[in-house]
Design a protein around this ligand. Structure first.
Ligand code: TUI
Length: 314
């Protein structure tokens, strides 16, 4: 069984986080992941504070294990969500798509473990100085909002500038990815795309089917021109968006094209107008399974690889 300092720190069985996927990671999915021994994370996304509070309570009704909330820092509701996580005494806050500095003191005083996603060495240093409990080094193989660096390049550089536990994210969906992440210096992983196929993940059947049928070149990045690069499945929507982006469509029209697109993918399975966020590793996601089975399979898959690594040394 693979355990690391993250397990002791957070009181979890396996050093596996489920990524905070906007519109997708609700209380039900998070509770299933936590019950399965990982850390389930509710995504606040662009939802208002009270909606996030309801999901936290839903998760608490399903599990007594630790639960996290991911706060997307570009949300218009970020201030009220920052307060809700304190009032609801969540165990862990992860942050994404920005700099959480101004909230960290209050979260720490409330006894919350703050574990930011960092996409650069500078952010890793800053978050270490401000008292984060651990860091998530997320490479651009991930779905959703992406940074410049790959997981392979980012993880060892982040490990070099911090004494905190580091989780690797982006491009991990099986035991090989976990073993590789540990070799790079990480002591845990965060997976998003792999959990899209979880039985407890309530996305539209079309979304699940597209993930299960995905191949190696199935994703693309759009949104660079507006400064919010996002990785998604190469659907009709993504192709149209890219055409508009590189064809001189005005910024306001481009914003309008993207507005509501995450919800349309997740709830309606709308291939024309929906944005189906996915990591590059989708092709490795082959069947629907419970969250608990996913965690067990991935972590048990890493064990023989890590044991066998010694064979390379003559
Ligand atoms: O946040 C994510 N992934 C996301 S957020 C999201 S919702 C969204 N909707 C519309 C447009 C954009 C996003 C969908 N997927 N991952 C974590 C992540 N954080 N990746 C990269 C970063 C990051 C980037 C810059 C973290 C910190 C950062 O700092 C910038 C600064 O302020 O210096």
């Amino acid at each position: 069984m693979i355990r690391s300092e993250l397990c002791t720190l957070l009181g979890i069985q396996y050093p596996v986080f489920q990524g905070g996927m906007a519109w997708i990671a609700d209380g039900k999915l998070a509770a299933a992941v936590s019950q399965g021994g990982g850390l389930g994370i509710i995504a606040a996304g662009n939802a208002p504070g009270e909606a996030v509070r309801e999901e936290i309570r839903a998760a608490r009704s399903l599990t007594d294990k630790p639960i996290g909330v991911n706060i997307m820092l570009m949300s218009p509701f970020v201030d009220e969500i920052a307060q809700v996580v304190v009032e609801e005494k969540v165990d862990v806050v992860t942050t994404g798509a920005g700099n959480p500095s101004k909230y960290m003191k209050a979260w720490k005083e409330a006894g919350i473990h703050v574990i930011p996603v960092v996409a650069s060495v500078a952010m890793a240093k800053l978050m270490t100085r401000l008292g984060a409990s651990a860091l998530i080094a997320e490479g651009g193989e991930s779905g959703g909002h992406v940074g410049e660096l790959t997981t392979m390049v980012l993880v060892p550089q982040v490990c070099d500038v911090t004494d905190l536990p580091v989780l690797a994210a982006g491009g991990i969906a099986d035991g090989r990815g976990v073993a590789a992440a540990f070799m790079l210096g990480a002591c845990g992983v965060q997976m998003g795309t792999r959990f899209l196929s979880a039985v407890e993940c309530s996305i539209h059947p079309t979304y699940k089917e597209r993930i299960l049928k995905a191949t190696d070149l199935c994703t693309m990045v759009t949104g660079k021109r507006l400064g919010h690069p996002v990785r998604s499945l190469r659907t009709q929507f993504a192709r149209n968006y890219a055409k508009a982006e590189y064809g001189g469509t005005p910024d306001e029209d481009l914003e309008a094209l993207g507005s509501g697109a995450l919800r349309l993918a997740v709830q309606e399975g709308d291939l024309e107008k929906g944005c189906f966020l996915s990591g590059q590793i989708a092709a490795l996601v082959k069947k629907e399974q419970s969250a608990a089975e996913i965690i067990k399979e991935v972590m048990e898959g890493a064990e023989p690889l890590l044991r066998g690594a010694a064979e390379w040394v003559k």
